[in-house]
Design a protein. Structure first.
Length: 378
């Protein structure tokens, strides 16, 4: 990536030489060009929100920016890209969406996320630190910036306008109004599960902003909950890609002696899973971990892995995420251990499971979803 601050070699995380997707796009370049052409002062506290793979903070590292991200993978990519650029550790402050934001923000740069809820939550959290002199610039591809996006900036921070499009990217310019009266932040959002979905029926779900289907139970998870392997007593279970944690919590409700590990690459998701677990008065036997799938879990240490794999990763449609989740599960399972997967019928996960495990069993199906089981052989 070329900018006024130099040329940078950037990569996603985990690095894959077969991956042809870039770690930056036209909206990153547009924003950096704007900062240079308009000679935006960067001597104060510069905060970058939603910098997917660290392209913006790597380019602006000499100004000691603060990055705020919901993605563990994005944060790891940032560390690698900063190191590749020769930036010393600690020069760029890396925060998560769950960390307290800086108390004062002089320049706020926002990569517009796919989730409008996550944008709302982060603007609400940052608004008290924004002052009348704060420069606020958002960026994103044209397809990601809607009227609702602009209204959100305007409602939370102040008057907002957009730029002309360049290479299918657009900027958002917002003039902060400290006198603006904002409504309270609606996140996290709590609701009660409906009846008829197994052990979790009638229990509480807590969703932080940005978690998939944050205001309701998605139909794939609803189907999965009716077919979970429960009633097996003490065992180690992993809710892989846990989201709001409702699947792992359902296992704990049905089998209180089970030890459940909730893991996701989203900081918002793991916070949701822990809040959901605690909201239902669970006695313990749970661990909550933000990380790269099941990496770090000792090989041969798990009895059951439960997984509803995403087929979008940072807005790119890919099978790589499911493959990495399944192969990680295969490594972590004990001989005889089971991977249970729910997914859309058309994704053909049974083929992938047969390649990895040598077997795949159809547990349940409806017109849209299947629940599959693969057993690790000894």
């Amino acid at each position: 990536m070329t900018s006024a601050w130099g040329e940078f070699e950037l990569s996603r995380f985990p690095e894959d030489p077969r991956d042809r997707l870039r770690a930056w796009d036209a909206s990153d370049v547009y924003l950096l060009r704007h900062l240079d052409e308009e000679a935006i002062p960067l001597s104060g506290t510069v905060v970058v929100v939603g910098d997917r793979w660290g392209a913006l903070v790597t380019a602006l590292a000499e100004h000691r920016p603060v990055q705020i991200t919901d993605s563990f993978l994005g944060q790891e990519a940032t560390r690698a890209n900063l190191a590749r650029a020769g930036v010393e550790p600690g020069v760029v402050r890396l925060l998560t969406t769950q960390d307290p934001p800086p108390e004062r923000v002089d320049v706020l740069l926002v990569r517009v996320p796919k989730s409008l809820a996550l944008l709302e939550d982060q603007l609400q959290r940052l608004a008290p630190a924004v002052h009348a002199g704060t420069v606020v610039v958002g960026t994103g591809m044209v397809k990601d910036i809607h009227t609702s996006t602009l209204r959100l900036f305007e409602r939370i921070l102040g008057p907002t306008r957009t730029s002309l499009a360049r290479q299918k990217a657009r900027l958002i310019h917002c003039t902060p109004d400290p006198s603006l009266r904002r409504a309270a932040n609606p996140w996290p959002y709590t609701y009660t599960l409906p009846d008829g979905i197994g052990a979790a029926s009638g229990h509480t779900v807590v969703n932080h902003a940005g978690v998939f289907c944050a205001d309701r139970l998605d139909i794939g998870t609803r189907f999965f909950l009716r077919h979970l392997p429960v009633g097996r007593g003490p065992r180690r279970v992993v809710d892989l890609g846990c989201g709001n944690g409702v699947v792992g919590t359902a296992v704990s409700l049905a089998d209180p002696e089970a030890e459940v590990l909730f893991v996701d690459e989203s900081f918002q998701a793991v916070a949701s899973a822990e809040a959901t677990f605690k909201a239902n008065g669970m006695p313990g036997h749970a661990e909550f971990r933000v990380g790269d799938g099941i990496a770090g879990v000792p090989a041969g240490s798990v009895d059951v892995v439960l997984n509803n794999p995403p087929f979008h990763s940072h807005q790119a449609t890919t099978e790589a995420t499911a493959w990495r989740m399944f192969s990680g599960a295969q490594r972590a399972l004990r001989p005889g251990g089971e991977l249970w997967v729910v997914g859309n019928r058309h994704l053909g996960y049974h083929v992938t499971l047969r390649r990895l495990f040598g077997n795949s069993q159809l547990v349940a199906s409806d017109p849209k979803f299947v629940v599959l089981k693969a057993v690790k052989r000894g």
